[in-house]
Design a protein around this ligand. Structure first.
Ligand SMILES: *Cc1c(COP(=O)(O)O)cnc(C)c1O
Length: 415
């Protein structure tokens, strides 16, 4: 529960709107976001880092809906992108290219060209061959590419292995021991300008200590570079702050900021952070209707109309999302496997959930604002869900429900 999603009498509300009304008006499955929750999250971040020069680059992949990008752009955000497609989204949503950092291990030439054309703030370069390619692409355009190297600090983020990115064995960034040599090489390149250093050690972190350990290791390299005459303008400490899905107790935004600010005390570099999940995760829910209740010999199933194509996190990471009925009822409660209609045993939303529900009821899958819609697919030829943004008592459709005809519009039959 957050201040933005709570029961008023027997109905679950988002801000001043009953989620049951939204389900009836717009159908299910449907993602619903609270504008106030999104705005407050961003403002808390900006406030927490106010004491030093900083830029909050929202990690677009967490939720790339144009309305959300536009909201953050208006609040002053920059953006962390991982593809040319995300760059186009940011620009279409009114974001400024000169506040964009571009991460990712596989940047193509076309993506580099588009980002140089747009004039982004920084390429977060993840390997030596990427640096060579970027230098060549920038040269062919008569441009100079601003870069930071993403350094892999080899610290354990203590999170799910699939979302841990800062260990030696991960594919991300350049090895800590090789970073200086690659910086030296970059310093000699005609179409590269070194502006910063960055790291991002993983996602859904619930402690501050790995962030501090990473920052300290990165700062050692920054100082070594300075001795060689390479002075950096900014330090990008990535994203990764976790949220509460169940009983986790992640640091608050202000505790997190305090830890980073302490680690950077006395330093003049501009700070960049790349929060994703923490800005959107608890600002959104997924509404889904119970199609059938099926009472089996071993288990009871609540078969709902949302599936792993709508919310992949449970299937992908065995992730937990709280599931709440939109209406409190006094009917018999059972323990249900909450599953979707997709033909995969991994297609579940929640397991063993005790709920007093009936067929036809609508459920809210909580904390679904991050890595929900942005990871959705059309598996089983399922149109993607509608998205709605609530602002006090108003509801706005920010993305229409997909139509099946759109799903195969680009396909052709052989003659
Ligand atoms: C995914 C990602 C982020 C955001 O991570 P969160 O855990 O959502 O905050 C930031 N930076 C990079 C490079 C990423 O890949």
């Amino acid at each position: 529960m957050t201040p933005y999603f709570n029961y008023q009498q027997d109905y679950l509300f988002v801000e001043d709107v009953s989620l049951k009304d939204i389900a009836e008006r717009f159908g299910t499955p449907c993602y619903v976001y609270s504008r106030a929750a999104l705005t407050d999250g961003y403002r808390q971040f900006a406030e927490a880092f106010r004491s030093r020069e900083h830029l909050i680059c929202y990690a677009v992949k967490a939720n790339s809906s144009l309305a959300i990008l536009n909201l953050f752009a208006k609040l002053g955000a920059g953006f962390d992108i991982v593809s040319g497609g995300e760059l186009q989204r940011v620009l279409a949503a009114g974001g400024s290219a000169n506040k964009v950092v571009f991460s990712g291990v596989g940047k193509s030439e076309a993506e580099m060209r588009a980002a140089l054309e747009a004039g982004i703030l920084c390429f977060n370069v993840e390997s030596a061959p990427e640096l060579d390619r970027l230098n060549a692409v920038a040269g062919s355009m008569g441009k100079v590419a601003p870069i930071s190297l993403r350094v892999n600090p080899d610290v354990d983020a203590k999170t799910h292995p699939y979302i841990s990115t800062g260990l030696k064995q991960n594919k991300f960034g350049v090895a800590y021991t090789e970073a200086l040599a690659i910086y030296r090489k970059a310093a000699g390149m005609a179409h590269i300008k070194i502006t910063g250093m960055d790291c991002h050690i993983g996602s859904q972190l619930t402690e501050t200590s790995p962030f501090i350990a990473a920052a300290e290791k990165v700062l050692v390299l920054v100082d070594k570079l300075a001795v060689e005459g390479v002075v950096l303008e900014h330090l990008d400490l990535g994203g990764g702050l976790g949220i509460r899905y169940d009983d986790e107790t992640p640091p608050s935004i202000s505790e997190y900021a305090k830890a980073l600010l302490t680690a950077l005390h006395g330093r003049s570099e501009k700070l960049i952070v790349e929060p994703g999940r923490v800005l959107v995760g608890n600002a959104g829910v997924l509404l889904t209707r119970i199609e059938y209740l099926k009472h089996g010999e071993e288990k009871n199933f609540a078969i709902v109309d949302a599936a792993m194509n709508d919310l992949m996190r449970p299937a992908l990471y065995d992730a937990y999302h709280a599931i709440l009925p939109l209406q409190k009822k006094f009917v018999t409660s059972h323990s249900y496997e909450v599953v979707g209609p997709i033909c995969e045993t991994g297609d579940f939303i929640g397991r063993g959930r005790e709920m007093p529900v009936e067929q036809g009821d609508v459920l809210a899958v909580m904390s679904a604002g991050a890595y929900g819609m942005s990871m959705s697919s059309n598996y089983n030829t399922r149109p993607r869900a509608a998205e709605v943004m609530v602002d006090h008592a108003q509801t706005h459709v920010i993305r229409e429900r997909e139509k099946v005809s759109q799903l195969f519009a680009a396909e052709k039959i052989l003659s």
